[in-house]
Structures are given as structure tokens and as C-alpha cells.
Ligand binder design. Sequence first.
Ligand code: NAP
Length: 469
Amino acid sequence: MPIATTNPVSGEVIKSFEPLTDEQIDAAIGRAVTGFRALRDTSFEQRAAWMRAAADLLDAEQDDVGALMTQEMGKTLAAAKAEVTKCANACRFYAEHAEQFLADEPVEPSSVGAVQAYARYQPLGPVLAVMPWNFPLWQAMRFAAPALMAGNTGLLKHASNVPQTALYLGELFARAGFPAGVFQTLLVGSEAVETILSDPRVRAATLTGSENAGRSIAAIAGRELKKTVLELGGSDPFVVLPTADLDRAAQVATTSRCQNNGQSCIAAKRFIVHTDVYDQFVDTFVAHMSALTVGHPMMDTTDVGPLATRQGREDVQAQVADAIDKGATVRCGGKAPEGDGWWYPPTVVTDITRDMRMFSEEVFGPVAGVYRAASIAEAIELANATSYGLGANAWTDDPQQQRRLADELDAGAVFINGMVTSYPQLPFGGVKNSGYGRELSAAGIREFCNLKSVWMGDSSGADVDAATE
Ligand code: NAP
């Protein structure tokens, strides 16, 4: 894919970039090592001050960077500005909590025959971050804020269609005061990832992206024996049971499916509705989906902008066409308009069967697949009948059903009577083909740390009489 900003509203290429040469990549990795040496010796207090300065820059530049993201990938300006705020909040969250999350964990010395024993979190070094375009600032920040607070350095290989947002990120932390080289953007295509990850100076990698990219990076990292965190695709279920507030559920279903123009890993994608409330819920859901305004993403009246890429729209069109061919019913939307730009309307498809692509594939656009379930057991079976396991939504006011759903939905997150979203306070990640490892919370900052056991005895051997293994 060429490295370029292409406006999804018009398909016009606005700015193109040459990928870095091998020599430039090599020099950048060198700077990441130098930056690491400088950063790891700084105090949490110092890093927190720089991280708060980064948050202040984001707040001050929210309008400009928001507009840049809208131009590069088509999300509404309101959503883009909210994303900038979310990033500033994450910076402040890790500025405040990193020291506590990475504090030494003491062990009762006598239990290990030591005078003193503890586990200490230490940074690993330069980490490669391969990131997607859909939340171009947030996905990268979710890695960067904890990584830098832990003392790691970052090399960002961003998606090729958001190069200007990538360049903004590449300068943000240095402008905030961090030492040179601690966070750099490498404008490279995906073919350069193998070389970078194979470099012995790069200690680990994180990827947010598709299953294919995840398999590729995991294979390289496996060969090189490097730690990885993989945040991959999702096809989140949204289970609606009879005791739920159906109007509210339909409203949240619409927001979840169409957020970010339908291109969110944790969007609800499969709507599994109990037969007793099926007609009522689906009618209300279709009404909400049909009422959304599709339009220019810079306008504040717009709910849904264009898809980010031509390929992305072609994929969605093919999945819906496949469902229609095999007997599905389109309740609203379902047809891309003629003309420039990569628009696709909010769409609801019912009567989906297991042989349709929509049943097993992630649909990365504003298209909801609806399923009927005769019981909670069938709803859970359908919800788990996917190779993905990122998030899961479920709606019921019955406490027993709530506990059962929380236990039995096979996903990295279960939200009951609410929309799956990410909070810095809660771990974020998936199971099955949605990946492994966690971002955010204490778990996220610890992923790229060496958890070192430190055991100290008395050289005379006094006090040391416990088992030694
Ligand atoms: P993608 O094609 O996998 O791209 C993501 C990043 O990986 C880009 O930087 C891309 O570079 C790079 N890449 C692609 N193929 C690669 C390969 N074989 N080896 C190394 N790097 C490779 O994904 P996308 O289409 O941009 O994003 C949508 C996907 O990301 C969806 O499946 C979505 O669910 C998932 N996602 C997951 C999360 C999560 O937190 N779990 C969050 C957001 C999105 P180029 O752009 O240069 O190709």
C-alpha cells in the first residue's frame, strides 16, 4: 500500500511519502537504543511531568489533529476530537499510576530463605508498535503512554494511509520534553516489519490490526523469540434478552455498530435477539439505523462518514452481496451510492445462516447482522460460535442471567447493559483469534517489562535455610 493521505470523501490523494531507506531505519533503531538508555534512568516523577506535558499539547492541538485524522480516514470531526481527549486522559492516567503499577512486589524473605526478596518491573528496551488507521491516535497512544512511563522506547510503524497522524505522534513526545529517540515514527510499508523486528536491538512488538498481520508478526517474533502483544479483529455479539430495556438496547446497538463509521474492532457486529422480543427490538433497531445521517465527516450534523479505504468498502459490499445471494433479508441500507468517495449506509441484515460470510467473518463497516435465539442457551452458543473473542455485549435485567452471561461469553470483555468500550482503568484485549496480551490498566504497562526476581542473602549463609528452587 502506498504511504499517502487519501481523502476517503473524494478518493483524492492529498499527500504522498517515500518510505524510509534501510539506512534510515537502522539509524532510527540506533536512536531508540540511545533514547532507552536516557529514559530508563529517569524518575517516574520526571516521566510523569513529560507525559502530562504531552497531554497538554494534545488538548491544545485538539482541533488541528482532529481535523487531520478526519481527513486521513474519514471519522467524524466530533469523534476525532473525542479521540484526542481520550488520548490526553490516558497520558494523565499513566502519569499518575505508572509508579504504583510498577512498584516492587515484596516477598516474605523467610519463605524463600533470603534476607530480602522482591520482584521488580524493569523496561525491556525499544518496542516496535505496528498500528492500524481506525483510531489513528488512540491505538498508538494506548501503547505509547504506558510504554514510555515504564521506560521503554517506541518505534511506530503506523498504517500506510495515516502518515500525517503518524508524523504528528512521532514528534509529540519530544516536544513534550522526553529525550530524543524515545518515540519515533518510521514511515515504512508492512514489508519492512520483518527486518525491523528481526533486529536484535528491537526487543518486542505490539500489533493492533488484522488477523493476517497478527499471524505474520507472531511468526517472525516466534522465530526471533521476542515478546508480542496482539490486538486483532473482533466480531462482537450483542445479546438482547426479554427483560432488557429494548429502546435503550436498540439505541446503544446503533451507536456501537456505527461508531467510527462502523470500523471499530469492538463494535457490536452480531445482534442475537431472543425470539420473544425479536420483532420489537429489530423494528426499533432498524428505525434508529435508518435515521442516522450519512454525510461529510467535517459537518457536525453527520453521524456516519465514508469508509476509510476503497478496499474496505469493497470487502463490506462483497460480504453483504454474499448474504443476499444466500437468502438473507436487508432491512435497511445494503447499497453503496454512486459517485466519489467510499460511502456505505447503515445496514441491517436478518435471516443470516451459518454458510454466509457474515456469520464467520468480521464486517468492518456499518452493517449489523441479526440472529434469532429461542433461549439464553442458544444465544450464548451463537455468541460464542466465532473464531473471535474480543468483546461481548449483553442486555438483561435478570441478575442470574447477567452472572451467567458474564461467565459464559467467551471474550476478553463482557459489558452487561452497556457498550463495550475501553477505559484506562480496565484491561483490554482478546482471546481466540482476537489475539493475546492486554493493553491498558496495570496489566498493559507490565506487558513490556522484565519482571525480575531479586533475592538477597547474607554472604555468611546465616538466615538462609529454606528450599532453594
Ligand atoms: P491491517 O491491514 O492488519 O493493518 C494494521 C497494521 O498492520 C498496519 O500498520 C499495516 O501496515 C500492518 N500490516 C498489515 N499487514 C501486515 C503484515 N503482513 N505484516 C506486518 N504488518 C502488517 O489492519 P487494518 O485493516 O488496517 O485494521 C483493521 C483491523 O484491525 C480489523 O480487523 C480490526 O478489528 C483490527 N483492530 C483491532 C483492534 C484491537 O484492539 N483488537 C483495534 C483496532 C483494529 P500497512 O498499512 O502498511 O499495510
